[in-house]
Design a protein around this ligand. Sequence first.
Ligand code: NAD
Length: 247
Amino acid sequence: ADRLAGKSALISGGASGLGEAQAILYAREGAAVLIGDVQAEKGHAVVAAIESEGGKAAFIHLDVSDAGNWDAAVADAVARFGKLTTLVNNAGIFHPGGITQETRQGWDRMIAINQTAVFLGMKAAAPALLASGNASIVNISSLYGLIGSPNAISYHASKAAVRVMGKAGALEFAKQGIRVNTIFPGQIKTPILGEITPEQDAAIKASIPMGIVGDPMDIAYASLYLASDEAKYVSGAELWVDGAWYA
Ligand code: NAD
């Protein structure tokens, strides 16, 4: 239970789904965790769950599309934990819509939260991460950042951008002690998809070679590895966790 001993992590979107799973697992492995999210009640519940296991965690309001919120979250992590070693850009939204259906407003919101926010987060955290001397960033893209589908144009665009920002960031910081890696979840059971019909559920499962959707912990274990010193030579990597969907 010490694979992240001495680490201090800021996890965006840590109040739900994949972010919650990562927050819980990071804390179990010894990291101090600051959850940044727009859902305060759920975020505080995750903090309480971590504390009940003896872990160290706190919550801060963070709208990832707001640069000032990012500066405040990074400052809070450093003030609370003495340093920031790890940034997880996990917060994200999804809505369907192909080229004909998506609106300019929907596009702008998707790009702000899923794409621009990843830049803002890395930019705000970089000085503290550099100061820590041994840092890493884990960005959560999506299988939809690697492949297309007919009905999610803005989501595809935003997640593809996250992919290439991870490569660019890995190169920018390669000699400076910040590793940058990207996870591409396939279909994982979280609230992000909203209500889906049994027919949609069956169609999703039929499209996955393993025939099952993933569990949030499947992503958390991948993230744990990338954030740990076990991955000290791993940067610019792309890890898809998807039941062989992309194979
Ligand atoms: P989720 O809806 O359970 O969690 C997303 C979290 O992000 C929520 O807590 C939400 O409050 C937060 N959030 C939304 N907008 C925010 C904002 N502006 N500022 C701060 N926080 C905000 O969904 P999830 O499935 O856990 O998604 C986590 C990440 O994984 C997302 O980036 C998503 O695109 C990605 N992803 C998920 C799947 C999947 O199948 N679940 C697949 C591929 C990628």
